[in-house]
Design a protein around this ligand. Sequence first.
Ligand code: KG4
Ligand code: ZN
Length: 347
Amino acid sequence: MLILGIDTSCDDTAASVIEDGVNILSNIVSSQDEVHKKYGGIVPELASRRHIEMILPVVDEALKKAAGVAFKDISAISVCKGPGLIGSLLVGVCFAKSLSFVHNIPLVAVNHLEGHVFSSFLDGVKPEFPFLALIVSGGHTSIYRVDGFGLYKELGRTRDDAAGEAYDKVAKLLGLGYPGGPIIDMLAQDGNPEAIGFPRAYLPGTSDFSFSGLKTAVKIEIEKMGRLEDEKRLLTSQPLNFLTSAVLNDIAASFQSAVIEVLIEKTVASAKEQGLNNIALSGGVSANKSLREKITEHAQKEGIKVFLPPLNLCTDNAAMIAAAGYYHFKTGQLADFMLNPEAYLHL
Ligand code: KG4
Ligand code: ZN
């Protein structure tokens, strides 16, 4: 059974064809990073315009790459209905509804967060139910208990910025470009994580997170460094540039260790509290090298197994939307042409 997945929830135009809910025949993602780079973050209006330009060629390519699959071979079209940027979501949902109408193919609507959970079922070894899911991306940082397909209980979430958002904002402060996560991940590998003692918000007694204070602490640290440089410049009349690559590496490593320490400790503590032996990570930040290594190491000591999607399934993609859609289709949960996207949507 072939499912065509479509995701336009944020700044990537994505389409994928998967077979029997698990085999990826094609997985096409057209990134908009070049469009948004100069603004240091996503500009929603530009994102939706680019989705309009890219949706047709991306879906075409997904069908071609899937060994020339045609619409007549597709059993259902699975589209992401939210959460996300409303203008971006509208493009995917309208396109999917049109395809469904023209080709008479059943339509399925999927929550983007459920899609991320399903990325763990697509490749390699799959977690067994029940398990703990940490979804950590640019828009979300949440912990769920997953007891089965469709059985999700939110245990905690960020109270302000998502972890990926903190990466992107700190990268912007440092003039590193967008998206910030992969750049900071790379710089941090050559930096000292103990160089600067950034604060960690543990929010004891909860499985919630908070990252906006950390972002402000980085800002204050950079301003402090700048002031010290100004004082030095007055004394020496030498042109100085305090943000040398060694300093950038140290800021990146210290910031990153503050983010991932909290993510790891709280996720493992939450799994223990729930009596769960499996943790599945998903979302863009789960591509982080240090997070992947350290959470596996830390959880292992507690007898907990960690499941990590391959890097191309961590960030937004449509294969995960098709995988979740397969389950919806099999259980008769179909959408109709009244389907509308929702920017804010819980799982
Ligand atoms: O899942 P995703 O593609 O989109 C959302 O649903 O938000 O995640 C994108 C986020 C961005 O904030 C990006 O900076 C972050 O994931 N990211 C990373 C890494 N790769 C992407 N953060 C840390 N380390 C990485 N290697
Ligand atoms: Zn996402």
